[in-house]
Design a protein around this ligand. Structure first.
Ligand SMILES: Nc1ncnc2c1ncn2[C@@H]1O[C@H](COP(=O)(O)OP(=O)(O)OP(=O)(O)O)[C@@H](O)[C@H]1O
Length: 264
């Protein structure tokens, strides 16, 4: 597997992390993605999805195992080197801070800034391109804090794209978005030619979006592979404690599920 403009491979081997050695929140997680693959991580609340992501974007150092980006352990790289290859869109919204939308998107260029130099023409061009791509040019001079949740989310995706990453990691990118914007953002992400790793709570959206699905439960990855292999009625029912029923195939949407509470 080699690096290209179409994203970059990532390999996770026997990964484990917790706030202390006696408390692992994720453990024994292994998987590999090739350049351009799209992974959706699904699982119930508290399964360890966000914790796993934190290990992948070098926020916390694993207690066990390793994460390699294009064959290189991310902890043998500087934070800046990783930030040039891996961008992150998190659930938490920055608080009430006095930046415009354009300022926030420009922050994506920080890993590329040399020393104390100001923004280069390329930095400005990449930020404008990202603003345009997310249909944000008309909001570029607005204060970020005045935006709706959905608009903020799009700005944070634009900031990540301005970073020109090869791997894009997202934690619930469809949070705060109405159904139209959910579909739009996944459509946009799917067209990016990057390696994408995202948590998603909506199983049907995950099945449509992803080339690979990982099922997380109790800090472990209980399934990994193609959506049609991993997302079975039995696996979903067991993992989420519900009754999952696969619906009749509908043309381009063969993996749709409906869910109901399991009766004890
Ligand atoms: N620093 C910490 N110390 C102790 N427990 C923690 C810490 N961070 C997270 N946890 C716990 O670890 C578990 C996994 O949390 P995590 O946020 O990874 O789950 P998640 O699958 O992303 O959940 P959700 O779908 O609700 O966002 C949760 O029970 C959480 O309370």
């Amino acid at each position: 597997m080699s690096c290209s403009s179409k994203g970059c491979p990532i390999r996770v081997t026997d990964l484990g992390w917790g706030p202390k050695p006696s408390l692992f929140l994720v453990r024994g997680v292994s998987f590999a993605l090739d350049a351009g693959d799209r992974l959706a991580i699904v699982g119930p609340n508290g399964a360890g999805k966000t914790t796993l992501l934190r290990c992948l974007y070098r926020s916390v150092s694993p207690l066990e195992g390793q994460v390699e980006v294009d064959g290189q352990n991310i902890w043998s790289m500087t934070a800046r080197q990783v930030a040039r290859r891996v961008a992150v869109v998190l659930q938490e919204m920055p608080g009430d801070f006095p930046f415009t939308v354009r300022d926030v998107v420009m922050m994506g260029r920080v890993p590329w800034r040399e020393g104390l130099s100001g923004w280069s023409d390329q930095d400005r061009a990449e930020a404008e391109h990202a603003l345009d791509h997310l249909d944000l040019l008309r909001l570029a001079n607005r204060q970020f804090s005045t935006l709706s949740g959905g608009e903020k989310q799009r700005v944070l995706v634009a900031r990540a794209l301005a970073q020109k990453p090869e791997i894009l990691i997202l934690d619930e990118p469809t949070n705060h978005l109405d159904i139209r914007h959910q579909l739009e953002i996944l459509d946009l992400l799917g067209a990016l030619n990057l390696t994408i790793i995202t948590t998603l709570h909506d199983i049907n959206l995950a099945a449509e979006f992803a080339s690979h699905v990982a099922l997380m439960h109790g800090g472990q990855m209980s399934g990994f592979g193609a959506p049609e292999t991993v997302l079975t009625e039995q696996a979903l029912s067991g993992t989420f404690g519900v009754l999952a029923a696969r619906q009749q195939a509908e043309g381009l949407r063969p993996h749709r599920f409906s869910f109901s509470l399991a009766l004890n």
